[in-house]
Design a protein. Structure first.
Length: 480
């Protein structure tokens, strides 16, 4: 008998699917892979929000995305322990199939979340491509496993399974960076691993190192806004990680109008009530500190320059001069008064907005929607809730010096906005009982230097803003 060595073509035929069912499965897998690879080109992330239905379904992505993670991690465990218990290896194939279905669901919802919410950026793109690659890896594992499980010589499955785990870790790292900040998995990693990370972070610009923008405006934006409006994630087509991009604006146009803070979208968003859907920073993040809001407003009002070293009427203490911030004192539980608070809001239209879900953190009195109609009489109506109010936003309202009688009862007050009001400073001494007050904005009023004398006795009052007042310091270094 003559033996004929198998040709390479014969070997290839033995590796190809031969049954109709297997061939159909292979064809379906090929179509699925092509569809996944073409998805980024079909569903383009243009940085603009789209239909509400996309955002509704897309917000299930954080819930669904954990399913493939758990299932994929379970597969190698079932394969290892299945050596002694064959039933576990049978379960591994079923779990792998579930993992692939969960991957498809997570990728689909991820695209809906990004496109519906107007999110784009390098990290968003990498995360979506990672989910696509992971889905393909799981699918190929699912196709290659039967030959390996049958005792064949195929090494594709045992090689591809660890690669799938690496793809899972990399994709999870990108997702973690979107949620918790850049370098989520690598921030505290050993040096060699940390150097392998290619994700960057926004840096303070080297140009105009000593300018007010570089020293004070950029750090505020970087700490509170760049996670959603930076190179890694871009919502609404807006990036805030450089001066040029900030001034360029986003999909809705310019967000900074030099000289006009009231027409600047960025300033409008950071001064909205925290329960407004357009409030920034979004995602449940806390509002900017009163002094940070004042810096941004004064910077815009005085031209939004990238090079100006100081702003008239604004002084920022150095780290060595900056006093320690007072520990926040709990204000008590106002929960039982919520019906009265809601009734007061309906009658006065001003709002009492909780600082957080913890009642002891206090309330903010905001008058942004009714400023022109809110005067001393309306303020007096809120005296009943005074012990729970930690910030009063009375800027551009109709309050006068008579308001100091009421404000003296706001003993938990930490920040008081009176900019653009008719107060002249007579009666400022009545604020002396406010031992928690650290911030007072009197910009755009007729307050004189003589009227400010009683404030010097308030040892915790470290931020007093006097831009465009008779008491405005001659230079920033003279400002308190």
């Amino acid at each position: 008998m003559k033996l004929v060595a198998p040709t390479s073509a014969g070997k290839a035929r033995r590796l190809l699917p031969i049954s109709p069912a297997t061939r159909r499965a292979g064809l379906a897998a090929l179509i699925t892979i092509m569809a996944l690879l073409s998805l980024p080109f079909i569903v383009r992330l243009d940085g603009s929000p789209h239909g509400n239905w996309q955002q509704f379904f897309g917000r299930f992505h954080p819930l669904v995305v954990h399913l493939p993670i758990g299932l994929i991690l379970l597969v190698p465990l079932l394969e290892v322990f299945g050596r002694r218990r064959p039933a576990l290896r049978e379960a591994a194939r079923f779990v792998l199939g579930l993992a692939f279905a969960a991957c498809l669901a997570a990728v689909t919802l991820g695209y809906l979340l990004a496109r519906g919410g107007g999110t784009s950026g390098a990290t968003v793109t990498l995360h979506l491509w990672g989910g696509t690659l992971l889905s393909i890896c799981v699918l190929v594992c699912l196709l290659a496993r039967p030959a390996w499980a049958a005792g064949g010589a195929s090494r594709l499955y045992p090689v591809l399974l660890p690669c799938t785990l690496l793809a899972l870790v990399w994709t999870a790292h990108q997702g973690g960076s979107l949620t918790y900040g850049n370098g989520y998995l690598t921030e505290f990693a050993p040096g060699p691993l940390r150097r392998l990370s290619t994700t960057g972070v926004a840096q303070v610009p080297t140009r105009f190192q000593d300018s007010f923008y570089s020293m004070h405006i950029f750090p505020v934006l970087n700490a509170n806004c760049v996670s959603c409006h930076g190179s890694h994630e871009v919502k609404g087509g807006l990036r805030l990680d450089s001066y040029e991009l900030l001034m360029r604006g986003g999909s809705d146009g310019a967000v900074i109008v030099p000289g006009q803070p009231d027409r600047s979208m960025l300033f409008a968003r950071i001064t909205l009530p925290t329960d407004d859907k357009h409030f920034m920073p979004s995602g449940g993040r806390p509002k900017l500190k009163p002094n940070e809001v004042t810096w941004i407003k004064a910077w815009i009002q005085q031209g939004a320059s990238p090079s100006a070293v100081s702003l008239t009427g604004v002084s920022v203490a150095s780290d060595s001069e900056r006093p320690k911030e007072l520990p926040l004192k709990p204000v008590g539980d106002y929960s039982a008064m919520m019906p009265e608070i809601r009734q007061m809001e309906q009658s006065q239209s001003a709002k009492l907005v909780p600082i957080s879900s913890n009642p002891s953190d206090g309330l903010v009195l905001t008058t942004v929607d009714v400023a022109a109609k809110f005067g001393d009489a309306q303020l007096a109506q809120f005296q009943k809730f005074a012990p729970y109010i930690v910030e009063a936003e009375l800027g551009r309202t109709a309050v006068t010096n008579a308001s100091f009688d009421t404000l003296s009862k706001f003993t938990s007050l930490r920040a008081l906005h009176l900019e653009g009001t008719a107060v002249t400073g007579d009666g400022l001494a009545k604020l002396a009982p406010l031992s928690q007050l650290t911030y007072l904005n009197l910009s755009g009023t007729n307050v004189t230097s003589a009227a400010l004398a009683p404030l010097k006795a308030m040892k915790n009052l470290h931020h007093v803003y006097l831009f465009n007042t008779p008491a405005q310091p001659a230079s920033a270094s003279d400002a308190r």
